[in-house]
Design a protein around this ligand. Sequence first.
Ligand code: GDP
Ligand code: MG
Length: 292
Amino acid sequence: MPKSGIVAVVGKPNVGKSTLLNRIIGEKLSITSPKPQSTRDRVVGIYTTDDAQMVILDTPGLLNPRYALQEAMRATAVRALYDADVIIYLGDATEGMPEPLDTAATLEKPLGAPVVLALNKSDSLSRGNRARLAADGSVHLISALNGEGLKELMNAVAEKLPESPFLYPTDEISTQPVRFFVAELIRETILEQLHDELPYSVAVQVEEYREDRSPLYVRAVIYVERESQKAIIIGAKGSQIKRIGEASRRKIEAFVGTQIYLDLWIKVLANWRKKPDTLSRFGYQLATGNSK
Ligand code: GDP
Ligand code: MG
């Protein structure tokens, strides 16, 4: 009987969850960024070997909720934990041992799934620290960057999965609609090009995606909170939005494997991050408690 189930990757912001998922799935599924908290939604990748299939969830960071957006992020992460068959708890090896997951996540109920502890960024460890961490047999030292320890980690996870037929065809890598990734690629491009200027005020929604046209037609709206942010995105004589559009188009073309026409719009939606109704409009799940 093959093994199959849901694997949640959890950990603090910036420990490398998205990088790990990209490495495992081998495609650019979940956006990575040097900035913490860039993953807002739970991304599903599917990893299939000869005898195991894992549906992998990338979770937003486990945060202290400060305003609606972070509340939604945390609720999504917590839900992923209780939905999982196996949990990969990822820490940053250069910061030593992380605190236990149930403390870090301030969970009210114990977790049902086994937790596999992996410490990432082993490539940045000093010899002494590496030896010290490796001495603890319960830890997987890994590097999402150079691949160290990943095979062993995935084997350990596969072993803990329940016996079950595969849930998806073996060639499927994701259950998320392409539109979602297209929006994420645009948002990633904006974060890359305007690092410090517009941290988390940007949401992107793909409003039209037409495969019946050649090149494929994509219309997307960039939502910001203020007119001043809109001006930053447009730039002098439209130079910034042009750069964002070109870089986004190249990434989307690489992802969908065909030429696209990208039609980008910018809209101001005041305080969208603080409003539950606009949050759910962008697909963020709001807190509904920890129950399964
Ligand atoms: P997330 O917030 O947990 O999803 O973290 P990301 O995947 O976005 O990664 C955060 C930062 O850590 C990025 O700059 C990555 O390039 C970096 N990073 C991720 N994995 C590794 C690793 O194995 N080694 C090193 N040195 N850096 C890494
Ligand atoms: Mg991430």
